[in-house]
Structure formats: C-alpha cells, structure tokens
Design a protein around this ligand. Structure first.
Ligand code: 3PG
Length: 537
C-alpha cells in the first residue's frame, strides 16, 4: 500500500474477536483497512483508537470518558452485541462519536442460555455432573423440581425476555413480567401477565433478569428486593452483573433464603467476590450468553456492515446516541440531512454575530421524515464552520446547547412550488438570516431562496456570495477582477429582492479566491456583503 493510499484509507480497529465473515466484509470494502489487536491494555487502546476512524468491541473493552477525551480520528464505535454499558455514551456523544450496536442478533442465544440455566438450577445438573466425575453415584442427593406449573418472573421484556417467555410458555410455566417501558397491553399480547416488580418478586418461583445496565437499574435487585423473593426461589442472571447486589445475593444464599442462583454475568468480570461462584447452590458460566456460532456470525457481520456503511456512505443504523432509523428510513432521510447541513453551512458562513437560535421548517414531502435528524444536521452545518472543535451529527445539539443556542424544528403545511422544501432561519445578536433549499434528485441539493430572494444554486465547492445594490456594472466589475486573478466562473446566480433595490449573487468558482482578490472585490462600490463560501463537493 502506498503512503498516499494509507493517508486516504479509513482504519477500523477490531479490539475483540468477531466473526471471520465480519472481518472479511470490512477488508473487502474499498477504502477501509482493518487492524485486529486483541492484546491492548487500556493505555494501548487509548493510543490506538486515536489512529483509527472506527473501533469494534464486545463487552470486555472499557471505552471510558478518559479514552474519549481526545478521540483523534475516531468517528464511530461498533459494539458487536447488545449491551453498551462498557462504553461511556455521554462521553462518546460529547466527542461526536457515533455508537452503533447489534441488538437482537444474540437474543436467541441469550434466551437459550437462560433456559439452560433455569433447568440446570431446577435439576442440579452441574453438581450432579461433578459428583459423577468424582466417581460417586448419588441419585438421592440431587432431587430436583419440575418447571411445568411453576411461575417465572421476567424482569424486563425486551428482545431476550420475549424469547425466554416463548420458551417458558412451551414448558407450560406461568409467566409474569415487569417492565416500565412496555405497556400492560403489550405484555398481555405476549400471553404474559403484567405485574409490578414487588408483585413479581413475591410470586415467582424463578426470577430471570433481562434489563440493560444503566444508572437506574444498578442493583435493581438489592438486599430488600432479594429479601422480598419467595423463600426457596431461584434467581437467573444472564443479563448484566451490576443488576444484582452480589453481597446481598451471597448473604441470602448463605442464609438459605434462596433455592439457588444461576449467573452468567458478574459485577466485575472475571468475578472477584469470594464465595459466590464456589457456592454449592450457584451455577455459573463466564459470560457465555452470546457465545454461539450463530449469534457470533450474526452480530459480527451485522456490526461490520453497519461500520462499513457508516464510514463509506454515512448511513447511521442502530445508533444508541442518535435517532434510530431503519436502512430504508436512513436511505430516504440521508439526502435531506445533507441538504439541511448545506443550508446550515451557508448560514454559518454568511450570518453575522453570535448565533442565538436556529429554526428549521419542513414543507411538503420532507414532512414525512422525523425532524430531529434534520435539525441535528442543520445545527452541524451552522456550527462546524465557526467552531474549532469537531462537530458531528451526534454532538451538534449538545454543542449548541452548551453555547445557549436553541434549536427548533417545525412542520409547515403551507404550499410551496417544490415537492419538498427546508427553510432554515438563524437569529444572531446582529439580526436574522434565512435560506431555503430543495432536492432536485437525491444527489442534487439546491439553494432556492436567500433572505426571501429566489435563487437557484448548487451548494457545492467554492461559491462567492455577495449582496449588492441592484445597479448596472456590479457583476461585470467582479467578473473582470476574477478573470485577472485567473479564477474561472463555473456558475452565476442573481436574484432580486422584492422592491428594496438589493440583489443577491452567488458565483460558483472553480478555485478558491486568493485573499487579495477577495479584498479587491469587497472594496468595490455597491456591495454590502461579500463572503467566500466553502461546501463539500
Ligand atoms: C451482549 O451484551 O450482547 C452480551 O452480553 C454479549 O457480550 P459479548 O459480546 O462480550 O459476548
């Protein structure tokens, strides 16, 4: 690979093993280079991630705020799996780094492990297996219980919880679920009884956790909740270690309050708390919930495709710190986001004074989209040209809020001459500026209005923008100066204001103007504003 190739290639750091199919997909994508490093220490990861556009992890790597304080080239983190509690999402969002995950791809694997754990607890399988291996034949010691007719309480009824429920119902268990994020009707439609957490704990013979780990769910099962479980009940945790207070669990097991616990996940991994995994009524595995051939193929290939699509075409799918959209929604909204960003860039370069407020109005067909991503794109466009820090779709609203800039979006049902139209208004200390744009096709954004003056301009490359008194000779004088400087004019758009004697001109140029040429133009009579604008090609 030549030095030039290397400079233009985007690098993907794979910090934990993912399926070979995923690696192949990334290696085959034009312009991507894949680096696999499974041996990185936290400081090694900190140094390495800055040199890569993308990072792929599973649950072992901790992507902390410290690591993300100086993200260097990093633009996206892919989690080959569901849980993102090992990634500091706020820090990623502040740094403008998109975090993508692969929800659902390992739900069946996690549900099947949960069922295996439930049955292992009910029938003492690991203990009986160990005893037989030790040469004993202890049929009387391992008297189990049937799960049929027993009550299973699911704490969380998302993708994994639902898969567990389907299997438990096939085993003829009575299934209860508590989930503050799902309606009673939604739970009932699954053939499950919706209950509160206290009700679930007091009624379930088996309690199984299926909630994500977040600030509000840490120690969801603390001493009080474990104490409220039915005497002799079993606890299964194949979700996240931090959901259970392990000291309280160990105390309850030692006091004989619980029948047993099956744990695939721990507060610290590998587990450090003495006595828990060695407890005779604990069945444990080393975080194997997603460890099946099928699940690894699914999530590895899924996250590789999402990283490739983000780096190669800007598609954001299943981001946990950006509005979620399907592949089809993404394809429809991307050109409109690009338009919104170009309108933002226009005003970011033209508006005078400190920005106080942005308002994006959508008309016609563009109203079919969710507006938030469009507002994020417009805010990025306005802020990126004026701020030294990196502004991305992901952190644009946060960066705006930090500066006291309000960002509003609205739908308008007013008719316009265009199938779809976006109108962006920026209020600054010095006044108000407005620009509107449409899409001729997905690849052809156009500016169609500047401060109420109709124009028709492709917002790409270098554009010389000026406002002038609508008198003869202005454009001719500017053309002469550009010709003298060897700057070729690629397009010319003139628009006249409604009776105020002012005009707006947008001159597309093949090469940026030297500073002296710009100064010479700015000194001409009859001009009130001159700016050289830059847009992505
Ligand atoms: C997940 O959150 O997807 C599971 O816990 C799997 O984690 P792993 O990718 O580290 O096996």
């Amino acid at each position: 690979m030549s030095g030039q190739d290397r400079a233009t290639r985007q690098r993907v750091l794979v910090a934990e093993p993912i399926a070979a199919g995923g690696i192949r997909m990334l290696e085959e994508a034009p312009g991507l280079e894949v680096v696999q490093r499974f041996d990185l220490t936290p400081s090694g990861l900190s140094a390495a991630l800055r040199e890569h556009e993308a990072l792929i992890v599973r649950s072992k790597s901790r992507v902390t705020a410290e690591l993300l304080a100086d993200p260097g080239r990093l633009r996206v983190i892919g989690r080959a799996g569901t849980g993102v509690d090992n990634i500091d999402l706020d820090a990623a969002t502040r740094a403008g780094v998109v975090v993508l995950n692969s929800p659902g791809g390992n739900a069946v694997a996690a549900a099947e492990l949960t069922m295996a754990m439930l049955l292992a607890l009910a029938r003492h399988l690991p203990q009986a297996n160990a005893s037989l291996r030790d040469g004993r034949w202890e049929r009387g010691r391992f008297l189990g219980v049937e799960v049929e007719g027993k009550t299973l309480g699911l704490v969380g009824i998302g993708r994994v919880g639902r898969e567990v429920a389907r299997r438990a119902l096939a085993f003829r268990m009575k299934v209860l679920a508590s989930d503050p994020h799902v309606t009673r009707q939604g739970i009932e439609d699954l053939g499950i009884e919706p209950v509160t957490l206290p009700d679930l704990l007091s009624r379930a013979d088996f309690v199984s956790l299926h909630a994500p780990l977040a600030t509000g769910t840490r120690h969801l099962l603390g001493g009080a909740e474990i104490g409220a479980m039915k005497p002799g009940a079993f606890l299964v945790n194949c979700a996240r270690g931090g959901l259970v207070d392990e000291s309280a669990l160990l105390a309850a097991l030692e006091a004989g309050r619980l029948g047993g616990a099956a744990l695939d996940v721990f507060e610290e991994e590998p587990p450090s708390r003495a006595g828990l995994v060695s407890h005779p009524r604990v069945v444990s595995t080393p975080h194997l919930g997603a460890s099946t051939v099928e699940a690894q193929e699914r999530v590895g290939e899924d996250i590789a495709a999402k990283i490739r699509d983000y780096l190669c075409s800007g598609t954001i799918l299943d981001a946990v710190n950006f509005p979620s959209m399907s592949r089809e929604e993404g394809a429809a909204v991307r050109p409109i986001m690009d338009l919104a960003e170009r309108l933002g860039r226009f005003l970011g370069q033209v508006a005078v004074g400190g920005v106080r407020r942005l308002e994006l109005r959508c008309y016609g067909d563009f109203n079919r989209q969710s507006l938030r991503p469009l507002a994020m794109a417009a805010a990025k466009g306005v802020l990126a040209p004026v701020l030294a820090e990196a502004v991305s779709y992901v952190n644009a609203l946060g960066v705006a809020a930090e500066r006291g800039i309000t960002v509003e979006e609205a739908r308008s049902h007013e008719a316009t001459p265009f199938a779809g139209l976006l109108r962006l208004t920026v209020d600054t200390d010095a006044g108000r500026s407005t620009v509107a744009g449409t899409l001729y096709t997905a690849e052809h954004p156009r500016l169609v209005e500047v401060d109420g003056v109709a124009v028709d301009c492709s917002p790409r490359g270098s554009i010389l923008y000026f406002r002038n008194r609508d008198v003869p000779g202005v454009v001719g004088r500017i053309g002469t100066i550009l010709g003298k400087a060897g700057v070729n004019i690629a397009s010319l758009q003139l628009g006249r204001g409604a009776g105020d004697g002012m005009a707006v001109s947008l001159v597309g140029v093949d090469t940026p103007l030297p500073a002296a040429t710009l100064a010479e133009i700015a000194a001409l009579p009859d001009l009130t504003a001159v700016r050289q604008l830059r847009f992505p090609d």
